[in-house]
Write a protein that binds this ligand. Structure first.
Ligand code: HEM
Length: 478
C-alpha cells in the first residue's frame, strides 16, 4: 500500500515537472494551444457523457449533442412554437438540450410542481434575477428561502390586508378608457397593444406601492422601460439556457453591460425607483402603508428583499396581463360574432357602477368563457420554467429520468392537446367552455390553470390579473 502511494506520488510529481518545464519553455502561443486542447477534450468528453445520460429521449439531432438548438430557439423568439413542434414530433417527453427535456403532459407537470414535490427549480431560474446581484421570489431556487419569502407575501398578493386594490384598479381602468376615448374623438389610429402595456404598468405600480408610474397619463413609455425591456428580453432568455453567463456578466469588466440603479432610463431607472421606495418605507417612525408593499413589510420582508420584490411585481405583473389582454382583444376583433355575443351579455347585465365590479363580472358566463379561451389560445408565459429532477432520479410512465436533468413544459403544447380541448383545439371558440359536462369542465379548467404554474410555484398574482381582465374586456367593448 505504502509503495503504491509512493509510486503514485512519484508519477504525479514527475507530471507536474513535465508541465512546468513545458510552460517555462514553451512560447505563449503553445500555452494557448495547450489550454484550448484541454478545453476541447473536456467539452467533447462532457458532451458525450451528457448525450449518453439522456439517450433514451428523442429530439432534434442538434439538441441531442449540444445546447446550440436550445440557444438558437430561445434567441429566435419563437421557442414556444419550437417546443410545441418538438413534443408533436418526438413524443410527450422530448429532448431539447444536453441536459434539457420538455413535456406536454399536464399530469407530469402537476407531479413535478405539487406542494410536496422533490423536484426543485433548475438553473433556468437564474435568468429571472431582474436585479443581477440579488434574488427575488421567482429566481430563488433554495426551497427553504423560497417558502419563507412566499409566506411573507401571500397575504399582500391575496389582498387580505391591503386597502382598495379593486378601487385602484377601477381608477386606472377609467384613466385607460379616457385615453382610448381621446384617440377615438380625434379619429386617430391607436396602437392598442402598446397602450395596454401602459395600463398594466400603471395598475401594478399603483397597487404595489401606492402611485402609478404615469404611462397612461403622459401617454408615453415612461423612462423607456418598455423599449429597453423588449430589447433585453432575448438576452434574459439566453441566460436561462446558459446560466453561467450571469456570473460572467457580473464580473467587474462586463458589469457595465447590465442595468444599474445609476441608469437614467430603462430597467436601471426602475431599479433606482424600487431602491428609493424601499428606503422610504424603512425610515424610522414612518407610517405603515396599507398597500401590497406595506403588507409584505408587516410580514417581515427586509429592505433589500423589498427592492427585489418591487422589481418582480413590475416585471411579472405587467407584460403577462398585457399579453392576455392584447391577444384576447385581437381574437375579439377577428371574430365579430363572438364580440357581438359578448356585447349582448354585457348590455343585459346588471352593472351598478361606471366600472363593472369583480363580483359582477365573475357571474357573466360568456365573459368568463372569453377570458379562459384567450388564456388558452395565447398563454402569456411560454418559457420552459424547467424544474430539476431530484438527485436519485425519477420514473414517469415507466421511463427513468436521471437526477439533475432539467425538465421544462410547453404550455403552448398543453393548451393545444386535442385529447383535452377537442379536434378544433387550434380555434378560438369560447363556447367550448359552456356546452360541456361538469367533469370535462373540471379537467379543462385544471389543465388551463397550468398557465399560472402549479402547487409550490403557483403564480402569486393570479387573482390580481383576473380582476384586471374581468374589468378591461367589459369596459373596452361596451
Ligand atoms: C395573466 C397573467 C399572469 C400569468 C399567466 C402569470 C404566470 C406566472 C407563472 C407561469 C409563474 C411562474 C411560476 C414558476 O416558477 O413555475 C408566475 C410567478 C409569479 N407571478 Fe405571475 N402571472 C401573471 C400575472 C401576475 C401578476 C399580475 C403578478 C403580480 C401582481 C404576478 C406575480 C407573480 C409572482 C410574484 C410570481 C413568483 C411566484 C413564486 O416564485 O413563488 N403574476 N406567474
Amino acid at each position: 500500500m505504502l509503495s503504491n502511494t509512493a509510486q503514485l506520488f512519484h508519477h504525479v510529481s514527475s507530471l507536474i515537472d513535465h508541465v512546468s518545464y513545458f510552460l517555462n519553455a514553451a512560447p505563449l502561443a503553445s500555452v494557448a494551444l495547450f489550454t484550448l486542447a484541454v478545453i476541447f477534450v473536456w467539452f467533447v468528453s462532457s458532451s458525450t457523457w451528457q448525450y449518453y445520460r439522456l439517450r433514451h429521449f428523442d429530439g432534434p439531432v442538434l439538441a441531442e449533442i449540444s445546447n446550440f438548438w436550445l440557444f438558437k430557439s430561445v434567441d429566435s423568439g419563437r421557442s414556444y412554437l419550437d417546443f410545441w413542434e418538438v413534443t408533436q414530433k418526438y413524443g410527450t417527453i422530448a429532448r431539447v438540450g444536453l441536459n434539457d427535456l420538455v413535456t406536454d403532459d399536464p399530469a407530469f407537470v402537476k407531479h413535478m410542481c405539487n406542494v410536496k414535490t422533490d423536484y426543485r427549480r433548475s438553473s433556468w431560474y437564474d435568468g429571472m434575477r431582474f436585479n443581477p446581484t440579488s434574488n427575488n421570489c421567482l429566481s430563488t431556487r433554495d426551497e427553504t428561502a423560497h417558502t419563507a419569502l412566499r409566506s411573507k407575501m401571500a397575504a399582500g398578493y391575496a389582498g387580505r390586508d391591503v386597502d382598495n386594490i379593486e378601487a385602484k384598479i377601477d381608477t386606472n381602468v377609467r384613466e385607460f378608457m379616457g385615453l382610448l376615448g381621446r384617440y377615438a374623438d380625434r379619429k386617430a389610429p391607436v396602437d392598442l397593444g402598446r397602450k395596454v402595456q401602459y395600463f398594466t404598468l400603471d395598475v401594478i405600480s399603483d397597487i404595489a406601492y401606492g402611485a402609478p408610474f404615469g404611462f397612461v397619463e403622459t401617454d408615453t413609455d415612461v423612462y423607456e422601460y418598455i423599449k429597453t425591456t423588449e430589447k433585453n428580453l432575448p438576452m434574459v432568455m439566453v441566460v436561462t439556457v446558459f446560466p453561467w453567463l450571469l456570473r460572467l456578466l457580473n464580473n467587474p469588466i462586463l458589469k457595465g453591460l447590465l442595468p444599474s440603479a445609476k441608469d437614467k432610463l430603462g430597467f436601471g431607472r426602475i431599479m433606482s425607483i424600487a431602491k428609493d421606495v424601499a428606503a422610504e418605507r424603512f425610515k424610522p417612525d414612518v407610517k405603515a402603508e396599507r398597500d401590497m408593499l406595506g403588507s409584505f413589510i408587516r410580514h417581515g420582508l427586509t429592505q433589500t428583499e423589498s427592492e427585489s420584490e418591487i422589481l418582480l411585481q413590475i416585471a411579472a405583473g405587467s407584460d403577462t396581463t398585457a399579453s392576455a389582454i392584447r391577444s384576447t382583444m385581437l381574437e375579439l376583433c377577428a371574430n365579430p360574432d363572438i364580440l357581438r355575443k359578448l356585447r349582448q351579455e354585457i348590455a343585459s347585465a346588471n352593472i351598478a357602477g361606471d366600472v363593472i365590479s369583480d363580483s359582477e363580472a365573475k357571474v357573466l358566463p360568456y365573459l368568463q368563457a372569453v377570458i379562459k379561451e384567450g388564456f388558452r389560445i395565447f398563454p402569456p408565459i411560454a418559457g420552459l420554467m424547467s424544474k430539476e429532477v431530484p438527485p436519485q432520479g425519477d420514473t414517469w410512465n415507466g421511463v427513468f429520468i436521471p437526477g439533475g436533468t432539467r425538465v421544462g413544459y410547453s404550455i403552448w403544447a398543453i393548451t393545444r392537446r386535442r385529447d383535452v380541448w377537442g379536434q378544433d383545439a387550434l380555434e378560438f371558440r369560447p363556447e367550448r367552455w359552456l356546452n360541456v359536462s361538469p367533469d370535462k369542465l373540471k379537467d379543462m379548467e385544471s389543465t388551463l390553470d397550468l398557465i399560472f404554474s402549479y402547487g409550490r410555484w403557483l403564480c402569486l398574482g393570479k387573482s390580481i390579473a383576473l380582476i384586471e381582465l374581468n374589468k378591461v374586456f367589459v369596459e373596452g367593448t361596451r
